[in-house]
Design a protein around this ligand. Sequence first.
Ligand SMILES: NC(=O)c1ccc[n+]([C@@H]2O[C@H](COP(=O)([O-])OP(=O)(O)OC[C@H]3O[C@@H](n4cnc5c(N)ncnc54)[C@H](O)[C@@H]3O)[C@@H](O)[C@H]2O)c1
Length: 302
Amino acid sequence: MATGKQQQAKLKTNNTIEEATMDQRLANKVAVITGAASGIGAATAKTFVEQGARVVLGDIQDELGASLTEALGGAEHATFCHCDVTDEQQVEALVETAVSQYGGIDIMFNCAGIVGAVGPMSTTPAAEWKLTIDIMLNGVFYGMKHASRHMKVAGSGSIISMSSTAGVMGGLGPHAYAAAKHAVVGMTKNLAAEVGSCGVRVNCIAPAGMATPMVADVLTGDHQKLDETIAALAEGSPLRGRAGLAQDVANAALWLASDESGYTSGLTLTVDAGATTGSTAAPPAFAEYEPMKREAGRTGVE
Ligand SMILES: NC(=O)c1ccc[n+]([C@@H]2O[C@H](COP(=O)([O-])OP(=O)(O)OC[C@H]3O[C@@H](n4cnc5c(N)ncnc54)[C@H](O)[C@@H]3O)[C@@H](O)[C@H]2O)c1
Protein backbone atom coordinates (compact mmCIF):
# COMPACT_ATOMS: atom_id res chain seq x y z
CA MET A 1 0.00 0.00 0.00
CA ALA A 2 1.33 3.44 -0.86
CA THR A 3 2.30 5.62 2.06
CA GLY A 4 0.99 9.16 2.39
CA LYS A 5 4.23 10.50 0.96
CA GLN A 6 4.11 8.21 -2.08
CA GLN A 7 0.53 9.27 -2.79
CA GLN A 8 1.62 12.90 -2.60
CA ALA A 9 4.49 12.23 -5.01
CA LYS A 10 2.07 10.53 -7.43
CA LEU A 11 -0.15 13.56 -7.38
CA LYS A 12 2.81 15.77 -8.18
CA THR A 13 3.91 13.72 -11.20
CA ASN A 14 0.34 13.55 -12.48
CA ASN A 15 0.65 17.00 -14.09
CA THR A 16 -1.31 18.59 -11.28
CA ILE A 17 -0.02 21.53 -9.34
CA GLU A 18 -0.24 21.11 -5.62
CA GLU A 19 -2.16 23.78 -3.81
CA ALA A 20 0.28 26.10 -2.13
CA THR A 21 -0.23 29.66 -1.08
CA MET A 22 2.51 32.00 -2.26
CA ASP A 23 3.44 32.92 1.30
CA GLN A 24 3.84 29.32 2.45
CA ARG A 25 5.78 27.81 -0.40
CA LEU A 26 7.31 25.10 1.81
CA ALA A 27 4.26 24.24 3.89
CA ASN A 28 4.49 20.74 5.42
CA LYS A 29 8.09 20.27 4.28
CA VAL A 30 11.07 19.34 6.42
CA ALA A 31 14.52 20.69 5.54
CA VAL A 32 18.05 19.96 6.70
CA ILE A 33 20.72 22.63 6.20
CA THR A 34 24.44 22.24 6.89
CA GLY A 35 26.53 25.33 7.61
CA ALA A 36 23.29 26.92 8.80
CA ALA A 37 24.68 29.18 11.54
CA SER A 38 26.04 31.92 9.27
CA GLY A 39 25.76 33.66 5.92
CA ILE A 40 23.86 31.85 3.17
CA GLY A 41 22.89 28.88 5.36
CA ALA A 42 21.43 31.16 8.03
CA ALA A 43 19.54 33.31 5.50
CA THR A 44 18.14 30.13 3.94
CA ALA A 45 17.08 28.67 7.30
CA LYS A 46 15.18 31.87 8.06
CA THR A 47 13.55 31.93 4.60
CA PHE A 48 12.56 28.26 4.77
CA VAL A 49 10.93 28.71 8.21
CA GLU A 50 9.10 31.82 6.99
CA GLN A 51 7.81 29.72 4.08
CA GLY A 52 6.36 27.08 6.38
CA ALA A 53 9.14 24.47 6.56
CA ARG A 54 10.48 22.91 9.70
CA VAL A 55 14.25 23.08 9.58
CA VAL A 56 17.09 21.12 11.19
CA LEU A 57 20.17 23.34 11.29
CA GLY A 58 23.65 21.81 11.47
CA ASP A 59 26.92 23.66 12.03
CA ILE A 60 30.10 23.62 14.10
CA GLN A 61 29.37 27.12 15.48
CA ASP A 62 27.13 25.89 18.29
CA GLU A 63 26.32 29.18 20.04
CA LEU A 64 25.46 30.98 16.82
CA GLY A 65 23.38 28.05 15.55
CA ALA A 66 21.49 27.67 18.81
CA SER A 67 20.65 31.37 19.08
CA LEU A 68 19.48 31.50 15.45
CA THR A 69 17.27 28.46 16.08
CA GLU A 70 15.77 30.17 19.11
CA ALA A 71 15.09 33.28 17.02
CA LEU A 72 13.33 31.10 14.44
CA GLY A 73 10.77 30.07 17.03
CA GLY A 74 12.32 27.06 18.76
CA ALA A 75 11.57 23.36 18.35
CA GLU A 76 8.17 23.84 16.71
CA HIS A 77 9.94 25.38 13.71
CA ALA A 78 13.65 24.65 13.99
CA THR A 79 16.21 22.49 15.75
CA PHE A 80 19.96 22.94 15.98
CA CYS A 81 22.44 20.06 16.10
CA HIS A 82 26.20 20.24 16.25
CA CYS A 83 27.35 18.80 12.92
CA ASP A 84 30.84 18.72 11.49
CA VAL A 85 30.32 17.71 7.87
CA THR A 86 33.72 16.00 7.69
CA ASP A 87 32.30 13.30 9.98
CA GLU A 88 29.84 11.04 8.14
CA GLN A 89 28.18 9.89 11.37
CA GLN A 90 27.40 13.47 12.36
CA VAL A 91 25.83 14.19 8.97
CA GLU A 92 23.82 10.98 9.20
CA ALA A 93 22.67 11.96 12.72
CA LEU A 94 21.60 15.38 11.42
CA VAL A 95 19.41 13.77 8.77
CA GLU A 96 18.03 11.28 11.30
CA THR A 97 17.08 14.19 13.59
CA ALA A 98 14.80 15.50 10.85
CA VAL A 99 13.21 12.07 10.48
CA SER A 100 12.73 11.41 14.20
CA GLN A 101 11.69 14.93 15.16
CA TYR A 102 9.67 16.10 12.16
CA GLY A 103 8.71 12.84 10.44
CA GLY A 104 10.94 12.86 7.34
CA ILE A 105 13.20 14.88 5.09
CA ASP A 106 11.96 16.70 1.98
CA ILE A 107 14.84 19.11 1.41
CA MET A 108 18.59 18.70 1.95
CA PHE A 109 20.72 21.83 1.55
CA ASN A 110 24.46 21.05 1.66
CA CYS A 111 25.74 24.56 2.38
CA ALA A 112 28.68 24.25 4.81
CA GLY A 113 31.91 25.61 3.43
CA ILE A 114 35.16 27.47 3.97
CA VAL A 115 37.59 29.35 1.74
CA GLY A 116 40.17 26.65 2.46
CA ALA A 117 43.68 26.34 1.10
CA VAL A 118 44.81 29.47 -0.77
CA GLY A 119 47.82 30.47 -2.85
CA PRO A 120 49.82 28.81 -5.61
CA MET A 121 49.36 25.08 -6.09
CA SER A 122 53.13 24.65 -5.87
CA THR A 123 53.08 25.80 -2.24
CA THR A 124 49.75 24.30 -1.11
CA PRO A 125 50.27 21.93 1.85
CA ALA A 126 48.58 18.57 1.32
CA ALA A 127 46.95 18.78 4.77
CA GLU A 128 45.22 22.06 3.83
CA TRP A 129 44.14 20.60 0.47
CA LYS A 130 42.69 17.52 2.18
CA LEU A 131 40.75 19.48 4.82
CA THR A 132 39.27 21.77 2.17
CA ILE A 133 38.15 18.78 0.09
CA ASP A 134 36.91 17.01 3.21
CA ILE A 135 34.56 19.86 4.11
CA MET A 136 33.34 20.92 0.69
CA LEU A 137 33.34 17.68 -1.27
CA ASN A 138 33.17 14.77 1.18
CA GLY A 139 30.72 16.72 3.37
CA VAL A 140 28.41 17.18 0.38
CA PHE A 141 28.72 13.48 -0.46
CA TYR A 142 27.63 12.52 3.09
CA GLY A 143 24.66 14.89 2.88
CA MET A 144 23.61 13.59 -0.54
CA LYS A 145 24.06 9.98 0.56
CA HIS A 146 21.99 10.07 3.72
CA ALA A 147 19.28 12.40 2.41
CA SER A 148 18.81 10.44 -0.82
CA ARG A 149 18.53 7.19 1.14
CA HIS A 150 15.33 8.48 2.78
CA MET A 151 14.05 10.40 -0.24
CA LYS A 152 14.26 7.36 -2.56
CA VAL A 153 11.99 5.44 -0.19
CA ALA A 154 9.61 8.39 0.18
CA GLY A 155 9.46 8.85 -3.61
CA SER A 156 10.16 12.59 -3.50
CA GLY A 157 12.66 15.15 -2.30
CA SER A 158 14.92 18.01 -3.32
CA ILE A 159 18.68 17.94 -2.73
CA ILE A 160 20.48 21.25 -3.15
CA SER A 161 24.23 21.78 -2.78
CA MET A 162 26.48 24.80 -2.81
CA SER A 163 28.80 25.07 -5.75
CA SER A 164 30.19 28.43 -6.86
CA THR A 165 31.05 30.36 -9.99
CA ALA A 166 34.52 28.96 -9.15
CA GLY A 167 32.91 25.57 -9.82
CA VAL A 168 31.90 26.40 -13.40
CA MET A 169 34.83 28.55 -14.59
CA GLY A 170 38.58 28.50 -14.02
CA GLY A 171 40.46 31.28 -12.30
CA LEU A 172 37.76 32.45 -9.91
CA GLY A 173 38.85 30.83 -6.65
CA PRO A 174 41.65 28.97 -4.89
CA HIS A 175 42.60 25.57 -6.34
CA ALA A 176 41.12 23.24 -3.71
CA TYR A 177 37.96 25.36 -3.53
CA ALA A 178 37.58 25.26 -7.34
CA ALA A 179 38.20 21.51 -7.39
CA ALA A 180 35.54 20.82 -4.74
CA LYS A 181 33.00 23.16 -6.32
CA HIS A 182 33.50 21.65 -9.81
CA ALA A 183 33.02 18.22 -8.22
CA VAL A 184 29.74 19.35 -6.65
CA VAL A 185 28.45 20.20 -10.13
CA GLY A 186 29.44 16.72 -11.35
CA MET A 187 27.98 14.90 -8.36
CA THR A 188 24.77 16.87 -8.77
CA LYS A 189 24.36 15.76 -12.38
CA ASN A 190 25.25 12.15 -11.59
CA LEU A 191 22.99 11.80 -8.57
CA ALA A 192 20.17 13.49 -10.50
CA ALA A 193 20.57 10.78 -13.15
CA GLU A 194 20.41 8.05 -10.49
CA VAL A 195 17.49 9.18 -8.36
CA GLY A 196 15.23 10.94 -10.86
CA SER A 197 13.38 7.69 -11.44
CA CYS A 198 12.59 7.67 -7.70
CA GLY A 199 11.05 11.15 -7.88
CA VAL A 200 14.02 12.89 -6.25
CA ARG A 201 15.47 16.08 -7.72
CA VAL A 202 19.11 17.14 -7.34
CA ASN A 203 20.41 20.62 -8.14
CA CYS A 204 23.18 22.98 -7.10
CA ILE A 205 23.68 26.72 -6.85
CA ALA A 206 26.72 28.61 -8.13
CA PRO A 207 26.93 32.11 -6.70
CA ALA A 208 29.54 34.76 -7.41
CA GLY A 209 31.03 36.65 -4.47
CA MET A 210 28.15 37.40 -2.09
CA ALA A 211 28.21 39.61 1.00
CA THR A 212 28.57 37.05 3.78
CA PRO A 213 30.96 36.74 6.74
CA MET A 214 33.19 34.46 4.62
CA VAL A 215 33.66 37.07 1.91
CA ALA A 216 33.83 39.96 4.39
CA ASP A 217 36.76 38.18 6.00
CA VAL A 218 38.52 37.89 2.64
CA LEU A 219 37.80 41.44 1.42
CA THR A 220 38.14 43.43 4.66
CA GLY A 221 39.93 41.11 7.08
CA ASP A 222 36.92 41.30 9.42
CA HIS A 223 34.03 38.87 8.97
CA GLN A 224 31.64 41.36 10.60
CA LYS A 225 32.21 44.19 8.13
CA LEU A 226 29.25 43.39 5.90
CA ASP A 227 28.46 47.00 4.92
CA GLU A 228 31.99 47.56 3.65
CA THR A 229 31.75 44.22 1.81
CA ILE A 230 28.46 45.17 0.16
CA ALA A 231 29.96 48.48 -0.99
CA ALA A 232 33.02 46.74 -2.47
CA LEU A 233 30.93 44.09 -4.25
CA ALA A 234 28.48 46.71 -5.57
CA GLU A 235 31.33 48.63 -7.16
CA GLY A 236 32.50 45.64 -9.22
CA SER A 237 29.05 44.27 -9.98
CA PRO A 238 27.85 43.64 -13.56
CA LEU A 239 24.45 44.88 -12.32
CA ARG A 240 25.20 48.51 -11.56
CA GLY A 241 25.35 49.22 -7.86
CA ARG A 242 23.91 45.82 -6.93
CA ALA A 243 25.91 43.55 -4.63
CA GLY A 244 25.01 39.89 -4.25
CA LEU A 245 23.48 39.12 -0.85
CA ALA A 246 23.02 35.93 1.14
CA GLN A 247 19.29 36.44 0.61
CA ASP A 248 19.72 36.19 -3.17
CA VAL A 249 21.05 32.66 -2.73
CA ALA A 250 18.38 31.84 -0.13
CA ASN A 251 15.75 32.86 -2.70
CA ALA A 252 17.31 30.54 -5.30
CA ALA A 253 17.39 27.71 -2.75
CA LEU A 254 13.74 28.40 -1.93
CA TRP A 255 12.74 27.92 -5.56
CA LEU A 256 14.76 24.72 -5.90
CA ALA A 257 13.32 23.43 -2.60
CA SER A 258 9.73 24.18 -3.51
CA ASP A 259 7.45 22.29 -5.88
CA GLU A 260 7.62 25.29 -8.23
CA SER A 261 10.86 23.79 -9.58
CA GLY A 262 9.25 20.34 -9.80
CA TYR A 263 10.52 19.65 -13.35
CA THR A 264 14.07 20.89 -12.72
CA SER A 265 16.86 18.46 -11.88
CA GLY A 266 20.61 18.29 -12.57
CA LEU A 267 20.77 22.09 -12.84
CA THR A 268 23.61 24.35 -11.76
CA LEU A 269 21.77 27.59 -11.03
CA THR A 270 24.12 30.57 -11.24
CA VAL A 271 23.39 33.53 -8.98
CA ASP A 272 26.04 35.87 -10.34
CA ALA A 273 24.56 38.90 -12.12
CA GLY A 274 25.62 37.27 -15.40
CA ALA A 275 29.32 37.11 -14.50
CA THR A 276 29.81 33.60 -15.89
CA THR A 277 27.99 34.49 -19.11
CA GLY A 278 30.18 37.45 -19.90
CA SER A 279 28.64 40.38 -18.01
CA THR A 280 31.13 42.71 -16.37
CA ALA A 281 31.08 46.02 -14.54
CA ALA A 282 32.57 47.59 -17.70
CA PRO A 283 30.38 46.26 -20.53
CA PRO A 284 31.36 46.51 -24.21
CA ALA A 285 30.63 50.11 -25.23
CA PHE A 286 28.45 49.94 -28.34
CA ALA A 287 28.66 53.22 -30.26
CA GLU A 288 25.81 54.86 -32.17
CA TYR A 289 24.10 52.95 -35.00
CA GLU A 290 26.30 51.92 -37.88
CA PRO A 291 25.33 49.74 -40.87
CA MET A 292 25.66 45.99 -40.39
CA LYS A 293 28.82 44.29 -41.58
CA ARG A 294 28.49 41.28 -43.92
CA GLU A 295 30.76 39.57 -46.47
CA ALA A 296 34.22 41.17 -46.30
CA GLY A 297 34.11 44.62 -47.85
CA ARG A 298 30.29 44.99 -47.81
CA THR A 299 27.97 46.70 -45.34
CA GLY A 300 24.23 47.23 -44.97
CA VAL A 301 21.29 45.20 -46.32
CA GLU A 302 21.27 46.53 -49.90
N1 LIG B 1 29.65 33.94 -0.04
C1 LIG B 1 30.00 33.70 -1.29
O1 LIG B 1 30.42 34.58 -2.02
C2 LIG B 1 29.88 32.31 -1.84
C3 LIG B 1 29.98 32.16 -3.22
C4 LIG B 1 29.88 30.87 -3.75
C5 LIG B 1 29.68 29.80 -2.92
N2 LIG B 1 29.61 29.99 -1.57
C6 LIG B 1 29.42 28.83 -0.72
O2 LIG B 1 28.29 29.04 0.10
C7 LIG B 1 28.44 28.29 1.30
C8 LIG B 1 28.19 29.19 2.49
O3 LIG B 1 29.15 30.21 2.51
P1 LIG B 1 28.94 31.61 3.25
O4 LIG B 1 29.46 32.64 2.34
O5 LIG B 1 27.55 31.72 3.76
O6 LIG B 1 30.00 31.48 4.44
P2 LIG B 1 29.86 31.61 6.01
O7 LIG B 1 31.26 31.53 6.53
O8 LIG B 1 29.06 32.79 6.39
O9 LIG B 1 29.05 30.31 6.41
C9 LIG B 1 29.62 29.03 6.29
C10 LIG B 1 29.14 28.18 7.44
O10 LIG B 1 29.68 26.86 7.28
C11 LIG B 1 30.09 26.40 8.56
N3 LIG B 1 31.11 25.36 8.47
C12 LIG B 1 32.42 25.49 8.15
N4 LIG B 1 33.04 24.30 8.28
C13 LIG B 1 32.10 23.40 8.68
C14 LIG B 1 32.11 22.03 8.99
N5 LIG B 1 33.24 21.31 8.93
N6 LIG B 1 30.96 21.43 9.34
C15 LIG B 1 29.81 22.14 9.43
N7 LIG B 1 29.73 23.45 9.18
C16 LIG B 1 30.87 24.08 8.81
C17 LIG B 1 30.62 27.64 9.25
O11 LIG B 1 30.67 27.48 10.66
C18 LIG B 1 29.63 28.70 8.80
O12 LIG B 1 28.55 28.81 9.70
C19 LIG B 1 29.86 27.69 1.24
O13 LIG B 1 29.78 26.37 0.76
C20 LIG B 1 30.55 28.57 0.23
O14 LIG B 1 31.64 27.92 -0.39
C21 LIG B 1 29.69 31.22 -1.02
